[in-house]
Design a protein around this ligand. Sequence first.
Ligand SMILES: Nc1ncnc2c1ncn2[C@@H]1O[C@H](COP(=O)(O)OP(=O)(O)OP(=O)(O)O)[C@@H](O)[C@H]1O
Ligand SMILES: [Mg+2]
Length: 660
Amino acid sequence: MDKSTRTVNLKSQSKLRQPTTIKRALITQPNHHNSDQNNVQPKSKKIKLGIDGKENAPTHGQTKPRSKISNATSGRQPCSKVISALSTLPKGGRNTNDRSKKIISKPIASKTAKTGAASSKSAPQSKRVITNTKATNKASQSKNSAQSFSIEELDVKLAAMQAEAKKLPKWDIKRKGEIYQEGFHLIPLLRQSYTDQYGDYEEKTKQITTENQKLKDSFAELDKNYKSSTAQVTSLTNHLDRVQRELNLKMEECGRLTQTVEKLNNEIHNHLKTIDERDAEIRENEAIRRKLHNEVQELKGNIRVYCRVRPLLKGEDNQDCDLPVTFDSNCDKNIQIHHSNTNDDGCRRTTSEKYDFTFDKVFNPTSAQEDIFLEISQLVQSALDGYNVCIFAYGQTGSGKTYTMEGCVDHNSGSNNARAGMIPRTVNQIFTSASALSSKGWKYDIEASFLEIYNETVRDLLEDNHKKKENIKYEIKLTKSSNGVNHVAVTNAKIVKVESERQVYDLLKVASRHRATAATKCNEYSSRSHSVFRLNLIGSNSLTGQNCEGTLNLVDLAGSERINVSGATGDRLNEAKNINKSLSTLSKVILSLANKDSHIPYRNSKLTYLLQNSLGGNSKTLMFVNISPSIHCFHESLSSLRFATKVNNCHIGTATKKVK
Ligand SMILES: Nc1ncnc2c1ncn2[C@@H]1O[C@H](COP(=O)(O)OP(=O)(O)OP(=O)(O)O)[C@@H](O)[C@H]1O
Ligand SMILES: [Mg+2]
């Protein structure tokens, strides 16, 4: 056997050892040749091409003799087909197939080239082989077509053939060819068997594979989603845990806070209860205070007289005499004035006069404005409690009436001045007390007016319009309010509602400018008129529903003068007469009140008529009797002290407050 034949046999043997591989190759052929699994046809065509040398693509260097050999060896076609089929086994793949073709053709070609004439000698033998093979093939074909094999049987058969082929000596090419031919005929049978057994297995496989792939994809997608969802669920679970923990903490805190709030609520409730009790207590105490206050005022007397002696002024001297005024160091209610007369009637005689007086209080020249106010502040409080209060300053010209009532201040500083008089101090106390009483439910409406009576004519000190002031008549009238309270009203007079101290001080400035002044021999700038500064205090209590209305009159009387001493004449004399008349009427009214006369001559003077509500039994009255320490004023001082004593001896009656 030549080299080429040996090569073919070796190759064939190696393939025949794997019957099951053949079976697999037959089924999966398309996969090995191209990626199209359905394309079985190209494979079978390829098999044909491998068998049929004519349809094979011309091989480079292929020669005529080779074609001959191809034709001559056409009797081995089945064998070649088997070889070709076997060559498509998985191990070889397409390349293997190509290689096997070369293996088949190359030895033949080399054989042709090498043997040359020798081939022509063996031609008859080859022809016989071919003829025999054809015959055998034909017989086998008819035999096979008539037979039907199972796959297992074919497997067995192929195994047997493989075993036989293996056992064959190398030179028995004839038998090998026969075996191959038989194997070739088994291919369609195998194919048919597989088709019978598995039907459109490939198609189904493809479908199943496709479906499987789809399922895999779907599963992958689901898996991906699942993993993603799982991650999300884990994340959400963690978040939920965190939130739950936070919520638990908040709930605990909330619980604690609720307890604290409850505790605080209880405390607040208790405090409110205590406050209510305290408020009630305060209101009760306030009522008691007002009652006791009034009782004290009554005990002090509803008309009180305070004596105030001013210091000597610059330029005043007592002609080397002792002061004509003596104070009792043990009792601040007593005062003594004394006077020595030297009668030069040839035998020089000195007579001494001493007069003792007792008042509710006596203030010596060293007394400060503050000390004086302390004693009247109780009456100011009474006005806020609903009483009518009247505070006078009575005395001769230059005795210190205006100093006591107004003080020596510029009105910008208000009460914040050591020399501030009773009016600014009263204003300060009223606003301070009204503000303090607001915590007890009291609210006050405060009205101010400032009038003067000059030559028995009423003037409005708050009116800036001089023309109006000249033409308008201010008449005093008695009115009754809707709640039955008597009021003394002055027609056309300005009543200004004030809400602050500053507002009142501005009004005082205006009044001070308008105050009529005239020079007299006794006091260059003495006031020749009575001035009446009035505050109406209207209070209401939102807690108790109480209302009260008090009036506070601060009166700076014109200077009392003995006409013969002052030397007034003409207008000044007329002024002095009117002043004395009104002061004498005041004295008579007070005496009549003290005597409880049926008729009180209020209307005898504008002053008493204007003050009638503050001089009756429904009021508290305080009179300052101002005294000059000058020896030259001794007789005027004596006259003033006697007048004051008359007033001081009066018991006007029990004051009643105007409370609704
Ligand atoms: N207690 C006092 N301390 C210091 N100075 C006083 C005191 N009282 C009065 N004066 C001064 O005496 C002078 C006269 O006082 P004031 O003007 O008050 O008298 P008056 O009684 O009002 O006189 P008129 O009746 O003429 O108005 C003023 O210069 C005043 O400053
Ligand atoms: Mg005066």
